[in-house]
Design a protein around this ligand. Structure first.
Ligand code: FAD
Length: 415
């Protein structure tokens, strides 16, 4: 007979691991299993990102993103301090380089104030003083932005989960989910063999596979995950101190992507990127990776065509710049003219899991779906790494509500 777990969490990215760890901390008497198809944690989005603890600049006031990101800054910083994980509070400058961007910068500044962030508008001279290698007409200075390694954060959460009594099954790809009145039955594949688990409640945090696992559970969805590649370059070591802050452009408010930025990484290097181009394989990181199932799913989905048509011009420019390095360089030279073509050294890409609705709407906010015995994280793009602790906390609350549970531990003690 299969062991019946109280809760099962699918997904060894930061959202799944944070959720499993917090569930085990809050409900120490429950048996909790975390299932991941790769041989370790953070193999996908969590291990291929910019490593920024976002302050919450961009997000619509009242949205889950605005709320969780703000709470996530405090929770992540506290978690890292407690576990001696390096964090650098370098701050960030959003630099306007054209008159149109100056207008957008003003609107963004007001949004920051609505979101209760500690930000400052600085003029051209002050920008030059703070960042001698950056040019622009002005900038928003955000003091609370920091950098970290989300791989390291996730590893530590996994350790905490195990120490609190949690179980982990790696190399196990979930292929079938069946919900009945009393349980959820999970079938997986490990080394070509079928493996089964039963749980009273299931949480799915499967990133780029979110739509597939939600449908696998029999939940009707009107969204699909569309993969957008984010391609980076790394600057040579001599440029490790080219900037003092993270340098971002003023983003296009219609797009959920932030624009190619200069990011100081926690290992001391500086990356340029990421751009946003169409991915043809959800979990394929090479430039010309292609997966037939992923492509067929995409081209048979009306939302893909609608969103692509809506952003056709941007998409074509991004694709051109992806293949033509001087075009990519131009995006950085707008605010950092001294970087040359030969300074753009290879660096691994990431792939964003972006939920798109049938009508072509890009889902900006975090999105969840549920059935009687399951909860699915359907859209957790940036800043979900920053927000992973509040997202996990939110899921714990939802489960407690659904199952009528009392937490054994004070939530505030968890981080
Ligand atoms: C280029 C890029 C830059 C970013 N920069 C930032 C940033 O600076 N700051 C920030 O806060 N956020 C950033 N993000 C967003 C952030 O990385 C993600 O929002 C976050 O990592 C999502 O975590 P996750 O756990 O939901 O997904 P993932 O990390 O993708 O994890 C999902 C896991 O589910 C597993 N899985 C899927 N299907 C199955 C199955 N059938 N069976 C078993 N396991 C399965 C996968 O193997 C994977 O390990 C960035 C993202 C990208 C791509």
């Amino acid at each position: 007979m299969e062991k019946m777990y109280d809760y099962i969490v699918i997904g060894g990215g930061i959202v799944g691991v944070s959720t499993a760890w917090q569930l085990q901390s809050r409900f120490p008497d429950k048996s909790i299993l975390l299932i991941e198809k790769e041989s370790g944690f953070s193999h996908h989005q969590t291990g291929h990102n910019s490593g920024v603890i976002h302050a919450g600049v961009y997000y619509a006031p009242g949205s889950l993103k605005a709320e969780f990101c703000k709470a996530g800054v405090a929770a992540t910083t506290e978690f890292c301090a407690k576990h001696r994980i390096p964090v650098e509070n370098c701050g960030k400058l959003l630099v306007a380089t054209t008159q149109q961007e100056v207008e957008r910068m003003q609107a963004l500044y007001e949004r920051c104030q609505h979101n209760g962030l500690d930000v400052e508008l600085i003029d051209e001279q002050e920008l030059k003083r703070r960042e001698p290698n950056i040019v622009g007409l002005g900038a928003i200075a955000v003091s609370t932005t920091s950098i970290v390694s989300y791989r390291q954060v996730t590893e530590k959460m996994a350790e905490e989960f195990i120490d609190a009594g949690g179980s982990i099954q790696l190399n196990t790809e979930v292929t079938k989910l069946v919900e009945s009145e009393l349980k959820v039955s999970i079938t997986g594949q490990r080394n070509g063999e079928a493996i089964h688990f039963d749980g009273q409640f299931l949480v799915v945090c499967s990133g780029l596979m979110a739509d597939r696992l939600t449908r696998m559970m029999g939940i009707e969805t009107d969204f699909q995950i569309v993969p957008y590649r984010g391609e980076y370059y790394r600057l040579p070591e001599k440029y490790n101190n080219i900037v003092n802050h993270l340098i971002y452009p003023i983003p296009d408010p219609d797009l959920p992507f932030l624009g190619v930025h200069l990011t100081r990484m926690i290992d001391g290097s500086v990356t340029v990127g990421p751009n946003a181009v169409q991915g043809w394989k959800r979990e394929g990181y090479g430039k010309i990776n292609f997966n037939l199932r992923d492509v067929l799913d995409m081209i048979s989905f009306a939302g893909f065509w609608k969103v692509s048509a809506k952003h056709l011009k941007t998409g074509l420019i991004e694709t051109k710049n992806s293949w033509w390095k001087p075009g990519y360089l131009k995006l950085v030279n707008k605010y950092c003219p001294q970087i040359k073509l030969e300074d753009l050294e290879p660096y691994p890409a990431g792939i964003r899991a972006q939920a798109v609705l049938k009508d072509g709407t890009l889902v900006h906010d975090f999105l969840f779906a549920e059935s009687a015995r399951s909860l699915h994280v359907c859209n957790a793009p940036s800043p979900a790494a920053t927000s992973a602790i509040p997202i996990g906390g939110y899921i714990c609350d939802k489960i407690a509500d659904k199952l009528g549970l009392q937490a054994d531990t004070d939530v505030s003690q968890v981080a």
